[in-house]
Design a protein around this ligand. Structure first.
Ligand code: BGC
Length: 421
């Protein structure tokens, strides 16, 4: 039996939570906010089809079938309330915080920098540092200025100069404040959902475009990496990669081929090509996927979370081992969490995840942090407001924040671990 008490987390381990600008700030004007307004009715109409199979659908059906659910709008007013939110992170004994800088705010028109927005983020970072919360910025968490996507966004290689200019500006403005920077969040998810499945803006269904976007994101990452290293060589640069723990549900040649191709395309394609432009690897871990006789994963029906995702928190341990074996880089969990409106499984998920990390550390893996997704309930993209990922519940009528029991439990654990360090 693994004895958790005997395996303390390393000194300086980063304990934090993650957020992304569009999901929490409110009143963003980017390609997503434009799309939401166009699509809200359609998303509400398709709710029965998309979510009707979920066991708890009756509990959130009225929200899921309401077009307002699909509008980020004021979000959770984090843009104004960030100081109070950071105080809550402190109450949970966290020492790190992941956020994204909203490109559309700082560069609303090509080449025109919004000084107010820059001042906002300067204050934001200062407020984190004042509270001894390590700022871990993401430079691209899927949202982009409309002028950039109108030009074709990451479909066009020639547009990469715009992203580079934004990255350079952010590093010139804030780089001296950062020890870590994440350039891209989950390029695989964006390329697949926006260009292959066509569920997300710009809703294209093209294999060629998907490949082009994925390639360009890889190029964007490498160019941004070089730029950051020139401007601020001390910054450790990484990415937040969505990685799945891939399993066979039965032995056999066909399941092995399907699992292999999924692992290659989903997990390793981007990391293989950016490995020399990564000082560390951030893992976003939510999924264990089982393969049999189909290219799509077919997962067990239980346990599942509110969004119907199969839950295997322990998969984090072997996945960490696999990533380390492949790339030999320092590792951080940049996202890991569960949508759980009743707060029924979150504590269990956290317990299992903590145990998985301790086992990885015991194996000698250079794991240096854990950032839970998310600190606060937030806007879950094309699912809208009904999924509740937060350690902290947010009442969107009053904007009141309440720490969930699982959040309190996690905070107490972190306090214990940090005392032991
Ligand atoms: C994304 C987050 C998202 C979370 C839960 C990750 O893929 O980076 O923005 O909210 O998963 O779906």
């Amino acid at each position: 039996m693994f004895d958790m008490a005997k395996h303390p987390f390393p000194k300086d381990f980063l304990w934090g939570a993650s957020t992304a600008a569009h999901q929490v700030e409110g009143h963003t004007l980017n390609q997503w906010s434009v799309w939401e307004k166009q699509m809200a009715d359609e998303l509400a109409c398709s709710a029965d089809k998309r979510f009707g199979w979920l066991p708890d659908y009756a509990k959130f059906k009225s929200l899921a079938t309401d077009p307002k659910n699909y509008i980020s709008g004021a979000a959770i007013e984090h843009y104004e309330r960030y100081e109070a939110d950071f105080d809550l992170a402190k109450q949970l004994h966290l020492n790190a915080f992941r956020f994204s800088i909203e490109w559309s705010r700082v560069e609303p028109q090509p080449g025109e920098w919004d000084e107010q927005a820059i001042t906002h983020y300067r204050r934001y970072i200062a407020a984190l540092k004042k509270r001894h919360l390590e700022p871990i910025p993401t430079l691209w968490h899927w949202t982009m200025p409309v002028w950039f996507t109108d030009r074709g966004g990451f479909q066009k290689r020639r547009n990469l100069v715009f992203f580079e200019r934004f990255v350079a500006k952010m590093i010139e403005e804030f780089g001296s404040e950062f020890r870590y920077v994440l350039i891209l969040n989950e390029p695989n998810v964006y390329a697949a959902f926006s260009y292959l499945q066509g569920n997300w803006p710009p809703q294209h269904h093209s294999l060629l475009e998907t490949v082009a976007v994925f390639m360009n994101l890889k190029r964007a990452h490498c160019r941004a990496y070089k730029l950051i290293k020139e401007l601020q060589p001390a910054i450790q640069v990484g990415c937040a990669a969505q990685l799945s723990y891939i399993q066979l549900s039965k032995p056999g040649l066909l399941p092995s081929i399907y699992a292999w191709q999924y692992a290659y395309l989903w997990n390793w394609w981007f990391l293989n090509r950016t490995r020399y432009c990564l000082d560390f690897i951030g893992l976003n871990y939510y999924f264990t996927d089982y393969f049999s006789n189909s290219w799509r994963p077919i997962n067990p029906q239980t346990p599942i979370n509110d969004m119907g995702w199969y839950l295997n928190p322990g998969g984090l341990y072997p996945l960490l081992g696999e990533v380390y074996k492949r790339y030999h880089k320092p590792l951080i969990i940049t996202e890991n969490g569960v949508p759980d409106r009743g707060d029924k499984v979150r504590k269990w998920w956290l317990e299992e995840s903590l145990a998985a990390m301790q086992k990885a550390l015991q194996d000698g893996l250079p794991l240096f942090g854990y950032l839970y997704w998310s600190l606060l309930d937030n806007f879950e993209w094309d699912s809208g407001w009904w999924p509740k990922f937060g350690l902290i519940e947010v009442n969107r009528q009053t904007m009141e924040r309440t720490i969930r029991p699982s959040g309190r439990w996690f905070g107490r654990q972190v306090a214990i671990y940090r005392r032991r360090q």
